[in-house]
Design a protein around this ligand. Structure first.
Ligand code: SAM
Length: 206
């Protein structure tokens, strides 16, 4: 049993995210696989690791999840909660995601790259580097998934990713997103967008 979450809303938020992501993963990974590799960029405490495992194990025999964040304390908590998960191989690194090139183990390719609550507004230049690094680490049929707290940041992030060559597949408004009490106009996983490196074509689905 993983360590409980300290925020009473976390479990509910994660169940809503799980429901939104399940059909996206079903579309992206239509055939069962031997192995699926996930990179969770700027994962913080990586609270969503459990719902990723629950959703993705329907599509693969072996699941590897790697989380990176610049904050050591959050990575410590992620390791404590998830590193010994019995059903997936989870590892976490304290790492500046705008410098992923410095770490050979993070070369990819990855079938799913997630950036939950990406932070474009907090430093566009850094985040453009992070989006670019993510797109370059996607497998040919892989998907890049972002979520955003607020409308404008989501729009700007989508613009940045598409201008780097990402092909937008879907953008969804989370109808049940929980408003954040002390942050007007922000809510948890308010928007989700899915990108591919190349436009989808039937022969690249493996
Ligand atoms: C809004 S938080 C989201 C955290 C987590 N994904 C979530 O949804 O709970 C943004 C995260 O980006 C991380 N971050 C910011 N700049 C980063 C960088 N250059 N490299 C890696 N992580 C970074 C922060 O430490 C923080 O954990």
């Amino acid at each position: 049993m993983p360590l409980p979450f300290s925020n009473k809303y976390t479990q509910g938020d994660l169940q809503k995210l799980k429901a939104l992501l399940a059909p996206q993963f079903a579309e992206a990974f239509p055939l069962p696989r031997k192995q699926l590799r996930v990179l969770n960029i700027a994962c913080g405490r990586a609270d969503e690791t459990g719902i990723l495992i629950e959703n993705l194990l329907a599509h693969t025999e072996l699941l590897e999840i790697t989380g990176v964040d610049i904050r050591n304390r959050e990575i410590g908590e992620a390791k404590q909660r998830w590193a010994k998960h019995p059903k997936a191989n989870c590892q976490f690194f304290t790492q500046n995601a705008s410098q992923l090139d410095h770490v050979r183990e993070l070369d990819g390719p990855y079938d799913l790259i997630l950036m939950r609550h990406q932070n474009f507004w907090n430093g566009a230049e850094t985040w453009v580097k992070i989006y670019d690094a993510a797109l370059h680490r996607l497998s040919e049929s892989g998907i890049l998934t972002i979520t955003s707290y607020f409308d404008d940041e989501h729009r700007q992030a989508m613009q940045a990713i598409t201008s780097l060559g990402g092909k937008l597949q879907h953008t969804l408004r989370n109808p049940k997103a929980r408003p954040i009490a002390d942050a007007p106009n922000k809510s948890v996983d308010r928007h989700i967008a899915i990108f591919r490196r190349t436009p989808i074509s039937p022969d690249i689905i493996v």
